[in-house]
Design a protein around this ligand. Structure first.
Ligand code: AMP
Ligand code: ZN
Length: 137
């Protein structure tokens, strides 16, 4: 398969690995948003949250939890952003699921998590909550 992250898993493309187990690999992002920016991926190819198995997703999140603690220990950031993008409309560029760990320092000027907060229409919010609850399996 022509997937850049599968090639990293297979060792066909070099990467700076920081963690590996049977189902997960973590490596440094080569275009870091900040010092310590790393990616956690499942070894089995899955494009997005909709394709990955629950077990593999939990393994990725478990590794993310451990790596976030290691990043805090090693780099002492003021905060950490976890980013996980699904689909082109969500700005996903590499279609192999990955979680970003982005260490943050006060005043670092990054805008990865700036949203404009605008009050929502409560009726619309309640309506969409009902739609989602009905679809819960
Ligand atoms: P996105 O799909 O938008 O969540 O982001 C893909 C991320 O993968 C970007 O932050 C890239 O810098 C990163 N990336 C792409 N190719 C490589 C690679 N060969 N090694 C490490 N990181 C990569
Ligand atoms: Zn892949």
């Amino acid at each position: 398969m022509d997937c850049i992250f599968c090639k990293i898993v297979a060792g066909e493309i070099p990467s700076v690995k920081v963690y590996e187990d049977d189902s997960v690999l973590a490596f440094m992002d080569i275009n870091p948003l900040n010092n310590g920016h790393l990616l956690i991926i499942p070894k089995a190819h899955a494009a997005t949250i909709h394709e990955i198995s629950e077990a593999d997703f939990l393994a990725v999140m478990s590794a993310t939890h451990r790596l976030a603690a290691a990043v805090r220990e090693a780099l002492n950031p003021d905060g950490i952003n976890l980013l996980q993008l699904n689909g082109k409309a969500a700005n996903q560029v590499v279609p192999h699921l990955h979680v970003h760990i982005v260490p943050r320092w006060s005043g670092d000027g990054l805008t990865v998590s700036q949203w404009n907060l605008v009050s929502g229409d409560m009726e619309r919010i309640k309506g969409v909550a009902e739609q989602i609850q009905k679809a819960l399996k």
